[in-house]
Design a protein around this ligand. Structure first.
Ligand code: SF4
Length: 503
């Protein structure tokens, strides 16, 4: 694949604010670019297969895995039902512990709040830089780009985030943002961007190079920016779950810590960790216990940052909450198990989704956060699935992703019908679907069309199958046969067997 094509495909995602949303291309276009990249597919296939196998083993050794999934789902469902109360409780708890809470309606407000805190605490002297630990919420609002405009560099400190920042690319996986890169590519990148001499591509050597580079950043930064995996309404405690320890450096060494958190990340009580600390590590990295789990509650006198700011980000979440079927998307704990199990993600990788939330969860979350009808890209995502249901089977909080996908497809179609004018109404697919809906909802019309199809199919049916359909229907049979309408329909059989009793 040409380098500029690959660059375009891996650029920072645009489905949210900050980019030209209307121009976000549909999934079928971006997926084609990804599918043409053999190296990407090899890298991805190897990585997802390994994580998938390990996750299955880790979950399989828990005798109460299904009960834990049920419990996780119940906790998050309760949070969504009473989110207004839990948010106020969290605000009170954080304030009592010495922290400051900020409410951000959208990306612009959140970016403005963080930039203001950074400006105030960095000062005009020295390096104008903040250190940042992996936070998808800040990628969603394009915080780095906003800070850059203010003359402040946001240095990513999670190893994978550092890699894609150095490469000038967007994340392609929730948990392993650089999953599309192999060791040789990372070695070249480090040598080029960090100005290092000859390196081997051994993981230890690459990790050591990053460690030395990052240590200097941690020791000089005055402001740290983090995301949050959970925040406990009862105590005001914020939790970050990570694997490298860089997050802990980022949240403890700078004098000021700003956490940007989507409002859905709340859990009611401290004891709820009992569930999520078992399901999250096993579902994400297939570990029994997470390596670095940091908790902090406000500020303390002799330890950690002097100032703590919690930015509660809405950015479309209350709209998602208002949709009774779609709202389960907010239960997500970002484990990435659905990505690793998805046959579509496995082939195309994360960049094809053009969102910071790739894979099955991205296919339901992005269109809802960005808004149905906001761009061809967002509207195409609910179709980026074969509806096989693998994502639902592995999800530790039992989000019924296929159900939400179908629900969103309906919303996309209705939105086009309502707002697309006469052209949308006369679209052949729309006309066909309306006709089918009418036919399937009227038993007499249904049987009449069955009889008509039985007669009309004779030039097409050969050896018990229809191998090719004409015109616009040809796509249906390009990769599979169609079963012909049988001589005896089920309804006729039923009537004959039951003597006319029809239900
Ligand atoms: S939807 Fe479920 S499986 Fe996918 S990332 Fe979220 S919690 Fe994990």
């Amino acid at each position: 694949m040409a380098r500029n094509e690959r660059d375009a495909a891996t650029a920072a995602p645009d489905a949210f604010s900050g980019g030209n949303k209307r121009d976000t291309p549909p999934f079928e276009v971006t997926a084609k670019v990804a599918l043409a990249d053999n190296q990407l597919r090899r890298n991805l296939g190897k990585a997802t297969q390994a994580i998938r196998d390990k996750r299955e083993a880790a979950a399989g050794e828990m005798p109460d895995w299904e009960e834990l999934r049920e419990a996780g789902s119940a906790i998050k469902t309760r949070v969504m039902r009473h989110l207004d109360e839990y948010l106020v409780q969290l605000e009170d708890s954080v304030r009592r512990a010495g922290g400051t809470v900020h409410w951000a309606r959208d990306a612009e407000e959140a970016n403005g709040i963080v930039a203001g805190i950074a400006r105030e605490n960095i000062g005009e002297e020295g390096t104008r830089e903040v250190v940042k630990v992996k936070s998808i919420a800040t990628d969603e609002i394009k915080l780095n780009e906003h800070l850059e405009k203010e003359g402040i560099h946001a240095a990513e400190t999670d190893l994978a985030e550092l890699i894609i920042q150095l490469a000038g690319e967007g994340s392609s996986h929730i948990l392993v943002p650089a999953i599309h890169k192999n060791r040789a590519e990372i070695r070249e990148l480090f040598m080029r961007e960090l100005g290092l001499g000859d390196l081997s591509d051994e993981p230890e050597v690459l990790a050591e190079a990053a460690r030395i580079y990052l240590r200097r950043k941690f020791l000089s930064a005055k402001v740290g920016v983090s995301g949050a995996n959970f925040a406990v309404a009862e105590t005001g405690t914020v939790c970050v779950v990570e694997s490298e320890g860089n997050g802990r450096m980022c949240t403890t060494l700078p004098d000021t810590l700003v956490t940007v958190m989507g409002i859905e990340k709340i859990i009611p009580e401290w004891r709820d960790f009992e569930v999520f600390m078992q399901t999250l590590p096993r579902s994400s990295t297939a570990e029994r216990m997470n390596p670095y789990t940091s908790f902090w509650t406000g500020v303390s006198e002799d330890d950690g940052p002097r100032e703590f700011h919690l930015v509660l980000l809405d950015n479309g979440r209350t709209e998602v909450l208002a949709d009774e079927i779609g709202r389960q998307s907010l239960n997500c704990i970002r484990c990435s198990a659905c990505l690793n199990s998805c046959p579509v993600y496995d082939r195309v990788g994360g960049h094809a989704y053009n969102s910071v939330y790739p894979g099955p969860i991205g296919a339901i979350l992005t269109p809802q956060l960005a808004g149905i009808g906001s761009s061809p890209g967002a509207d195409s995502l609910p179709y980026a699935s074969s509806l096989c249901g693998a994502c639902y089977e592995v999800c530790p909080v039992k989000i019924n992703i296929p159900e939400v996908l179908i629900h969103l497809r309906g919303k996309v179609v209705r939105n086009k019908q309502d707002n697309g004018g006469a052209k949308a109404k006369l679209d052949p697919e729309n006309v066909a679907m309306q006709t089918l809906a009418k036919t399937f909802s009227d038993p007499r019309l249904y049987e009449a069309s069955q009889r008509a199809a039985l007669v009309g199919q004779w030039p097409l049916a050969r050896s018990g199958a229809i191998h090719s359909l004409p015109g616009r229907l040809a796509g249906w049979t390009s990769a599979r046969d169609l079963a012909p309408v049988p001589e005896q329909s089920f309804r006729r059989w039923w009537r004959e067997e039951r003597g006319g009793a029809e239900r």
